[in-house]
Write a protein that binds this ligand. Structure first.
Ligand code: MRU
Length: 352
């Protein structure tokens, strides 16, 4: 019974620690199949992050935290006392699984702090407690951001979202989709448009699936349809998540986000970024310093398993872009909302 309860594949249950292993709802297969991938080694977690079994900035960080638990357990069994001196390659493997989402480095840093307190005894208990705390804190942060972001929306209105910044991409509830969930519950939303989000189709495959489960009316559109929709009127906000936010408020998020921000400003539509403070990186001065992941061009050259570009044609596949802070109307974090974010406001939020 317990196994069934733990491994029910819902958007809010995409990362599950169960029977001494991390189970990841395989996001490559959704929405056709909802299956868990079981990871018993940290290398398997790192590979799952690279391969996008689990994706979305906070979810990547949470998965990496559980990956540290698996690594430490393996090294403790292997080496006994002195196990902690053998963790370096495991931690490096997790750290390099994907480059853009800073939540990965943030979660590993927290786990390193816990490791330092573990001594040379059995690390499983304290490390698992820390990974669970990271997971639970993210869920709570999303609830709080949901309330704060929904309060900015004078409804009922319609919104556009891009990629998937939902329960699947986080510990649960979601960042951008958390705001959408809360706003819908408060009667402030009359509809949600989800960009399909080429090339990986997070909007079509994941956001549409998630919102359907909650009976929130969602309409899919091609990424290129957003401009004409804004021109028609009736769109109150574009609401997105973030993978890394620089000290000056520049936002790295899914490729296409920058274009949406430019369109929103032109059409006088609000542009809201929803992200926990674990996504803020005061170590990078501006968006120009954020590493942007380039994935295999084959993701662009094919769609739905079918090749769409002619043989021999070149393709580029940067999977994130940077939206300048000046295009962001509201940055919603669990610590509060910043309107028109800039360096001093972000510093004050983080120090406050
Ligand atoms: O390549 P992905 O699917 O990991 O990209 C995810 C995004 O860009 C999300 O918008 C971002 O991580 C915020 S998730 C709460």
């Amino acid at each position: 019974m317990e196994a069934q309860a733990a491994l029910i594949p819902t958007p809010d249950n995409a990362l599950v620690w169960h029977e001494d292993a991390l189970h990841l709802l395989d996001q490559r297969l959704l929405p056709e199949r909802a299956l868990f991938l079981r990871c018993q080694e940290s290398g398997e977690v790192a590979q799952a992050i690279t391969d996008m079994v689990v994706r979305g900035a906070p979810a990547i960080g949470i998965a990496a935290a559980y990956g540290v638990v698996l690594a430490a357990r393996r090294r403790y069994v292997q080496w006994g006392a002195g196990w902690s001196h053998h963790l370096g390659p495991d931690l490096a493997g997790l750290a390099h699984a994907r480059p853009t989402a800073v939540n990965l480095a943030w979660a590993l840093q927290r786990m390193r702090g816990c490791l330092a307190r573990c001594g040379e005894g059995d690390p499983l208990g304290p490390l698992l407690a820390e990974a669970r705390a990271i997971h639970q804190e993210d869920r709570l942060a999303n609830r709080r951001m949901g309330e704060l972001g929904a309060a900015l929306i004078e409804g009922p209105t319609r919104v556009i979202t891009h990629c998937n910044a939902g329960a699947l991409a986080t510990g649960g509830y979601g960042t951008a989709l958390g705001v959408i969930r809360s706003a819908f519950a408060a009667g402030r939303l009359s509809g949600v448009y989800a960009d399909e989000t080429r090339p990986w189709l997070q909007g079509a495959r994941l956001t549409a699936w998630e919102l359907q489960q909650d009976a929130i009316p969602v309409v899919l559109q091609a990424d290129g349809a957003a401009a004409a929709l804004m021109a028609e009127g009736g769109i109150g906000w574009v609401i997105v998540g973030a993978d890394r936010i620089a000290a000056n408020g520049d936002v790295a998020n899914k490729i296409g986000t920058y274009g949406l921000a430019v369109l929103a400003r032109y059409h006088r539509v609000g542009f809201m970024v929803v992200a926990p403070t674990s996504t803020l990186d005061l170590g990078v001065a501006s968006g120009a310093e954020i590493p942007i992941e380039a994935r295999d061009p084959s993701e662009v050259l094919a769609c739905g398993g079918r090749r769409v570009g002619p043989e021999g044609v070149a393709a580029r596949n940067p999977v994130f872009d940077v939206t300048p802070a000046e295009l962001v109307d509201a940055l919603v974090t669990e610590r509060g909302v910043i309107l028109c974010p800039d360096r001093p406001k972000i510093r004050a939020l983080m120090e406050g």
